[in-house]
Design a protein around this ligand. Structure first.
Ligand code: MN
Length: 254
């Protein structure tokens, strides 16, 4: 599965031309993880990606929808045995969603417990405004060796990043994150072996339009500038990191 670029967090099903964007990732050999926000979106995403070489679907329950969709956790659980990738899941403590944190925590704790129990899952995790809560839950509910955690669009402190590294987490970084000073500084402490790329399209914007999977090329450029190493070196690192992530549970890289 030699791929050219990696978009490890993209909401493909939220583009008006979902299937065209998906086809473009496939054509351009961009390994793309199609995350979902509710488990009701899983069957369509699963079916549309099942015969693809470069696009994978993830089973999610987005923390910003947790309160409205709390009753959907049982549907999420039903699909868990057939999903290798899990996301978008996590917690959101930003002002608009802090009120629902107790409910979100309950759901995320359950998600982590279920994933740890079944084993071998790769999770793409949202931690906006709730990094400490997320890391505490990961530490207590998700023993190392039971699966892998990728922190998506991480906005915590350097100390929190180092704690996440110690917990075995990976980081998927995007343009919006790297365009801030804080994001730059985080890159100084996160080991290159733990870095993946993402767009978070179509939520994240590039100039005036929603980001698309091919925009990860700019992320690689920016990483190479920040790290002061060549584009190809970063590209190879990302490739190797994904291989390690996919193979680390001893299962086939699918
Ligand atoms: Mn997202």
């Amino acid at each position: 599965m030699p791929f050219k670029l990696l978009d490890f967090h993209c909401h493909l099903d939220l583009y008006p031309d979902f299937e065209a964007v998906l086809a473009l990732s496939e054509k351009n050999k961009i390994f793309t993880l199609a995350v979902t926000t509710t488990p009701m979106a899983w069957p369509r995403n699963r079916d549309l990606t099942s015969d693809k070489r470069y696009v994978r679907a993830a089973l999610g329950l987005h923390p910003q929808l947790a309160v409205d969709h709390a009753d959907k956790i049982s549907i999420w659980e039903t699909y868990l045995p057939e999903a290798h990738y899990i996301g978008e899941v996590g917690v959101d403590g930003s002002p608009n969603f802090a009120n629902s944190l107790p409910e979100q925590i309950k759901i995320f704790r359950h998600v982590l417990k279920c994933c740890a129990e079944i084993g071998g899952r790769i999770l793409t995790v949202h931690t906006l405004g709730a990094v400490k809560i997320a890391l505490d839950l990961i530490e207590s509910e998700f023993p190392r060796g039971r699966g892998k955690i990728v922190l998506h669009w991480f906005t915590g402190t350097k100390a929190e990043a180092l704690r996440a590294v110690d917990l075995g987490c990976y980081f998927s970084v995007n343009l919006s994150m790297l365009n801030t000073k804080k994001g730059h500084n985080l890159l100084a402490v996160i080991p290159i072996e733990r870095i993946l790329t993402e767009t978070d399209g179509p939520f994240a914007m590039v100039e005036d339009r929603p980001a698309r999977p091919s925009d990860v090329e700019s992320v690689v450029h920016l990483l190479s500038k920040i790290r002061k190493v060549g584009f190809n070196i970063i590209e190879n690192n990302i490739f190797a990191n994904l291989q390690t992530l996919l193979n680390s549970d001893g299962k086939k890289a699918n």
